[in-house]
Design a protein around this ligand. Structure first.
Ligand code: ATR
Length: 285
């Protein structure tokens, strides 16, 4: 497809009404002078296979996939790339010559955002990951591969899930009981909340108590609505460097857009700053 042909893309999920991805991608299209549409599609679990196969029939370039379909969608791919296979989840689909290729840009997007937004050395830190769900999986693998942590500890409310995830990176990952986090916080130089605590109705809740956080520790929250959570404000008050969730959303989107552009032989670079502005506007709406 050349750049002046119409691009059809979208995000599949359920619920999907509050997704910022359409605003972010439409802004990117406009900035790159590409003509196309990126819309949000509510797809139930029972219809996922039909929806994904329909991308080929309808001439889509690809799509993003979000909660709750990132794992289930793997079954409908013709090819799943190595990272997505390791994580067990696909967030980006590319259609090439009638075949569906699945990728996962979440973890790489997260680390890119951390590197771009935190003004401190990131390698060789003792890392604490809060949560062991879908989001944690991508982040754990990317952090281990790209930041060479001195240690990586996973704490999750349901400890068995933390153990299963830690076992995927043997020799590097440890687990910590959820109840022990508060006292252990001072041992870590990078603390990442991958749980949904602090988002939406749990706005007032905090992923963990930060009373013992060391000044200079990086505290990172993947929750992006609000852009800066009360937990991050508390961390900042205690002298930590803070990193919010908007960057992960933007960079996973930029990496997905890059895959679609490359698949169509385009040499454009995703306009990260424009995408970020669009997300910030959408989040504060
Ligand atoms: P996602 O794909 O967004 O990561 P998920 O797989 O449902 O969604 O994972 C949500 C994560 O947030 C899990 O680690 C979950 O802990 P459990 O495995 O014990 O369910 C965590 N989480 C959500 N609400 C929580 C709460 N109120 N307290 C502690 N952990 C919570």
């Amino acid at each position: 497809m050349s750049t002046n042909q119409k691009w059809l893309l979208g995000v599949l999920g359920d619920p999907i009404e509050h997704s910022c991805s359409p605003a972010m991608m439409q802004a990117a299209f406009a900035s790159l002078h590409l003509s196309g549409r990126y819309d949000a599609y509510r797809v139930t679990s029972g219809q996922l296979g039909h929806a994904v196969r329909g991308l080929v029939a309808l001439g889509f370039t690809g799509c993003n996939v979000t909660i709750p379909h990132k794992e289930a969608v793997c079954a409908y791919m013709d090819v799943v790339d190595e990272t997505a296979l390791r994580v067990g989840a696909v967030n980006t689909v590319v259609v090439r010559e009638g075949k569906l290729y699945g990728y996962n840009t979440d973890g790489r997007g997260y680390v890119r955002s951390l590197c771009a937004e935190v003004d401190a050395p990131l390698h060789q830190r003792d890392v604490l990951i809060l949560g062991a769900g879908g989001a944690a999986k991508g982040i754990v693998h990317a952090v281990v591969e790209q930041l060479s942590p001195r240690s990586l500890t996973i704490a999750n409310r349901t400890q068995e899930r933390a153990m299963v995830l830690a076992a995927q990176v043997p020799g590097v990952c440890h687990t910590l009981p959820w109840e022990a986090v508060q006292e252990a916080v001072s041992a870590y130089g990078l603390i990442i909340n991958t749980t949904s605590i602090g988002m939406g109705e749990s706005f007032a809740e905090q992923p963990c108590c930060l009373r013992h956080v060391r000044p200079g520790t990086i505290v990172s929250d993947i929750v992006y609505r609000p852009a800066v959570t009360p937990w991050l404000l508390e961390a900042e008050r205690r002298g930590a460097l803070i990193h919010g969730g908007i960057g992960m959303l933007v960079h996973q989107g930029a990496l997905a857009l890059q895959l679609w552009l490359e698949a169509r032989g385009c040499t454009h670079t995703p306009p990260v700053a424009t995408m970020r502005d669009a997300v910030l506007r959408a989040v504060t709406l």
